[in-house]
Design a protein around this ligand. Sequence first.
Ligand SMILES: [Zn+2]
Length: 389
Amino acid sequence: MRFKQTDFLKFQSKQRRTRLIFIASALFVLILLIAFLVVFLLFLKNGGREQSAEQATQIYAGEHSGELIEEPPPAEPDEEENAESAVPVEEETASAEEDAGGENIFLLGADGGAYYDSNAGRLYTGGLDVFAAESNFALTEHKLFFDDSQQRSGRVGVGDGLVDDITIADGNVTITCATGCFVEFFDEDGELFLQLTDPKTIYETVVVIDAGHGGIDNGTEIAKPLLEKNVNLEIVRILLDIFVSEKILLLPTRSDDTRISIEDRNAFANGIGDYLISVHNNADEASSRSSGTVVYYAESGFDFPISSKELALIVQDALVNKLGTRDRGINHTIPFRLLGGAEIPAVIAEVMFLSNPEERERLSDHNTLFDIAGAFKDAVESLPAARSH
Ligand SMILES: [Zn+2]
């Protein structure tokens, strides 16, 4: 039998096909083996993480109700594997999340009840029944109150420039921020979360409004029981209530009757604000006839975006125009510590005299306080923007 050229080609091609099938089968088996090995390794790795999540529960949640648990000892820097599978919690959760998606998330409580996303600057409280949230002076501390049947407690150090640490104790989540950290509370899809940002990245202008005195410091008591600290605070409260702006952020140094040092007021304003306006009311022990409005500034005050003197003029004009008070002019002769410590344009506005019977009467009237707040609102709205966005 004679092979035709075509038969030979067929034979050759059949031989090649057999060889190809053999190689393909071998490759398939090899791939299967590799896949099995990968799955096995992943299983081992996940097992380790679950174990450390349990450890996290013991350290930060557990049955230690009502007390803060000691921080875990720092991991040995040269033992990477130990650091991965053991304490401390923040390093463990951070590294786990970095592996997962490059995000830096800190879990609070092993059930994931609340967690802070450092990259996004967000603290989520999904799964917790949050019933209140509040911020205190200087926005360095933020609290969430929630119904915590498990009585979680613990502290997570963050230190990302915005948040220093987050603590859970007695049903409260307390977020301690660096000065200049700004928190907005959002309700999204039924979950409350906090957005932590530097407000200067959002707002063209940040104005710090300071209610003078507070706590044991009553301010002038000459119109007792009407205390200056309470009048100042009420004006600021009304102002915050009526002020609405997408471009200007108004931040109070205090929103309740607490005493804050001049240094802390300055630190807050310098850290977060573009302008500082301090609200006061005057007293003249020598004469009950003294009346009117005066705004103080420091001659050496900072002058961006405008000088302290220009700021004083704007505030003075707004107050006198709205209230019809006697115009005592702007003044830089008194070296107020608050103005000396300011690194932004800053003024102290003495709206009226509590020592003057007529002005005291006006300051006892809510409508007048509303007008004063309106005057400060006018002043704030007419300030030059510190940035353009
Ligand atoms: Zn005062």
